[in-house]
Ligand binder design. Sequence first.
Ligand SMILES: [Zn+2]
Length: 292
Amino acid sequence: MPEHSRTHQAELQILGSGGPMHGGGRGSAAYLLRLEGMPPLVVDMGGDTPHALARVGVRPGEVGTLLISHLHPDHVSGFPDYFWGELTAGRSRALQLIAPPAGNGFPDIKTFWQRLFGPDGAYSCMSTLVSNPSFPINFLTAFARDEPVALDEALTVSTHSVEHGQAPTQAFRIDGIGFSIVFAGDQVMRDPAFVRFADGADMMVAHLIANRRIAGKPLADVVALPEDIGRTANLANIQHLVLSHLMEAPSDESGGDLWSLAALEDAVSDIRQHYSNKISVAEDLATFSIGR
Ligand SMILES: [Zn+2]
């Protein structure tokens, strides 16, 4: 029998279930994927992520792979804080850092890293991260291709470009033994190619940023209508849909009524019109086991 015939125990933990508006008190988008016998993976790193990682017991130096969907601040602003902690703790474990290509004024991940931590960067006190890091860093640009990259012999990550306004944005799919999960990222959810990419996954984390009131507004070209999340999850035959990146403005003024938490029941029922498998609404630090 091959050594890897056993099933991975895989668990998703929500590090942050919110977005850039914190009216609901939620942390910005970030997810922890725990896999038996492997260093954990982190998907996105909003500003609250370093604290959330500590709260759920992930120790400095433990994370092996960091996947970044795009470079909007609510997905990457935890970098300086997190890596300052890793430096202070003397991290030695290699880090795999997978992020989208450059485009529309957004840098690639290596340039982003230089701008943060290079000798002329915003945090030049951390410039050993560029000149002489205490741990190997493997920068991997996720181009628009679906071929999987092996993280180890039994685990692959695939990436798929998704539509999210100006920001080059990637969805991720992670396939292990006996489980598969898709992180859909911030996107409009209207792409048949994305349906094929996500096809048959046990779990999909979808970003329910807004409610149906965005229909016909410019925001609907940047984030998904709830009904399109439902259609996509149904067409891709997802077993368990986890709704996250939930947002609430401090008040209904200036468009606050457009966000998901302003009409969460309506948004979930719009999804239900098209999708009949399991739905969970994410909360910070909630855990979900993945797979069969
Ligand atoms: Zn976002």
